[in-house]
Structure formats: structure tokens, C-alpha cells
Ligand binder design. Structure first.
Ligand code: Q46
Ligand code: ZN
Ligand code: ZN
Length: 309
């Protein structure tokens, strides 16, 4: 297989785009595409301050690398969840982020859940549920809360994450299985900020996972190869495998599924109703973040309950 641009040996063949490229032209293409998506969906500008949520994995570090190369003002935020499970997952992933930031002289904020709230994520779950339970729902809650808190407190204009097309397709599929309008409304390449909530953007939402992996590999980015130990056996992984089979049979299926959804939204489907737009939010007396609850937000309540055990 030869590069379409220069005829050299191709480093990657993207069947869905009918495009094979060598290392040099692939890296150029990947960066140009990211810039195109940022502009197309009006995610953020060069004048704004961006906070990248980094986990030490390939997607988030590749994203930070691309934004840095495109000369965006992008700082990183690493959230220490306290996940060990015998493989030192959190410690190793934090180190990857620290090395990455140090090598490029970039600013990395590090927040440790245990230091801030008295318990790690698995610790909170253990205290609240006597039966062995996966910590993913509490983990997701903590990530949303803390990312928004830091972005807001530090005055960032946008919070960006490294979600790729495979992630977006798995979530979209889960949401269409039960037609969860409330979630479909919120699934966007860019979610505008509202009072108390920082704008959220996903510049990699149109890249296949193997494309972000190829970028990280070809750029020699050191990242943590292991997935979080709690991710094995998850429904999301099962959906991803299923979608890989569909994609193998018909290249482009994932991209088509996601883009058709985005186009439908642009035409007004799965949009906020006027009533939802006007729905007021309360302010959490614990953390000051907006919440639908009348008292403490779910995160503050969870942390408080675990501390009381
Ligand atoms: S939610 Fe669950 Fe992930 Fe948190 S506990 Fe690990 S697998 S990191 S995306
Ligand atoms: Zn080439
Ligand atoms: Zn709160």
C-alpha cells in the first residue's frame, strides 16, 4: 500500500476514507483534520484558555499534543482517582501525564480525590455498598464534577476531552437502545457553556480509535497501554466489539452512524425544548455548582455519606 500524497510506503490505510498515507503525511492530515473539526463545530479559538482532561491514555495525550502543535493555549488536568487493583493504575497514569507535560514545558493541574475528599473512588464505593460493586458510576460523577469545578474556578473558556469516534458511537448506541432523549440532547461535539457549567468540546469525536492510536504511536508519545482495570467486562466494551464487527463488514459504518445523528441534530431533531432551556437550576450549598437537586448535589451527597461511614 502506497501513500496517496507521495507514493512512499503507507503507514496507515483508512478504508472508510479510501485513504492510505505515509507517516509524515498522516501526521499532517491528522493535525489538519483536528483543526478543521475545531473550526467546523466552533469549539474554541486561539484567544481562549483551554483545559484538557488527561488520563495518561493515548487519546487525551494525543489531543494535548495536537493542541500544543496547533498553538492553542492548552493546559492539562489530571484527576487522581486512587485506582490501584494491584496494577498501580492511577500512579502510573499520573506519571505519564507528568512526563508528557515536563517534556513540553506545559502546565498540568493534578487533583487527588482522596486528598480532597478523604476517600479514593474505590474507597467511596466500598463504604457505600457492602456488596462488591464496580466504581464506574461514582467515578463518572466525580470526573464530571471535578473537571467542571477546576475549569470554572481557574477561569478556563473550554474543557476538552479525548473522546474518539468509537467512544461516541458506543454512547450513542447505548442511548438509542432506550431512546434516552435527555442524553441524546446532550451528545454533541461541543456543548455550550451555561452559568456554572464550562463549555465542553471533543475535538477527536470524528477520529476512529485506531487513528488516534496511530497518531500517538507515530509521534512516539508514551502513554499507559493498560485500560482501567474496572473497564473489563463493561457494556461499553461489548458495544465497541459489536461495532468493530459491523465496521469490518462495511467500512465507514461507525462514522456514518455518528454523522447521521449529528446532521439530524443540526436539523432540529433531539433538540432542547423551550421548557428545558428555561428550566432553572439550583446552586449546591456544598460546592456552589449548579444542580437539579434542591439541596446538596449528587457528588457532595455521595462524598458526605462515605465520610460518615
Ligand atoms: S469509569 Fe470505571 Fe472508567 Fe472510572 S472506574 Fe475505571 S473504567 S476510569 S472510563
Ligand atoms: Zn506520503
Ligand atoms: Zn455540590
Amino acid at each position: 500500500m502506497r501513500c496517496r500524497k507521495c507514493g512512499e510506503k503507507a503507514a496507515i490505510n483508512m478504508r472508510h476514507h479510501r485513504l492510505a498515507l505515509c507517516k509524515e503525511h498522516y501526521l499532517d492530515w491528522f493535525i489538519a483534520q483536528t483543526e478543521r473539526f475545531i473550526q467546523k463545530y466552533k469549539m474554541f479559538t486561539h484567544q481562549e484558555r483551554i483545559l484538557v482532561a488527561v488520563s495518561g491514555g493515548k487519546d487525551s495525550l494525543a489531543l494535548w499534543d495536537v493542541l500544543h502543535r496547533l498553538e492553542y493555549q492548552a493546559d492539562g488536568l489530571y484527576l487522581g482517582l486512587g485506582i490501584d487493583e494491584g496494577v498501580n493504575y492511577s500512579d502510573e497514569s499520573r506519571q505519564m501525564c507528568e512526563i508528557f507535560a515536563a517534556e513540553r514545558s506545559l502546565t498540568l493541574h493534578t487533583i487527588d480525590i482522596q486528598e480532597n475528599y478523604g476517600n479514593s473512588i474505590p474507597g467511596i464505593v466500598e463504604k457505600l455498598h457492602r456488596v462488591q460493586k464496580k466504581p464506574c458510576s461514582v467515578c463518572g460523577l466525580a470526573k464530571r464534577h471535578e473537571l467542571n469545578r477546576i475549569a470554572h474556578e481557574q477561569g478556563y473558556d473550554a474543557l476538552v476531552t479525548g473522546h474518539n469516534l468509537d467512544d461516541e458511537v458506543a454512547v450513542l448506541f447505548a442511548n438509542t437502545l432506550n431512546w434516552s432523549a435527555e442524553h441524546l440532547v446532550r451528545q454533541e461535539p461541543v456543548l455550550p457553556g451555561t452559568s456554572g457549567f464550562t463549555r465542553k468540546a471533543k475535538p477527536f469525536c470524528r477520529f476512529y480509535e485506531r487513528e488516534t492510536a496511530a497518531y500517538a504511536l507515530l509521534r512516539n508519545i508514551e502513554y499507559i497501554y493498560e485500560e482501567c482495570p474496572y473497564s473489563s467486562g463493561s457494556t461499553t466494551l461489548a458495544y465497541k466489539e459489536m461495532w468493530n464487527q459491523l465496521e469490518n463488514q462495511k467500512p465507514g459504518t461507525k462514522l456514518n452512524y455518528y454523522l447521521s445523528f449529528i446532521h439530524a441534530k443540526e436539523k432540529g431533531l433531539f433538540a432542547w425544548t423551550q421548557a428545558e432551556k428555561l428550566q432553572g437550576l439550583n446552586v449546591c450549598p456544598g460546592c456552589g455548582q449548579p444542580t437539579t437537586s434542591a439541596g446538596l448535589c449528587t457528588f457532595c451527597r455521595t462524598v458526605q455519606q462515605a465520610a460518615a461511614v
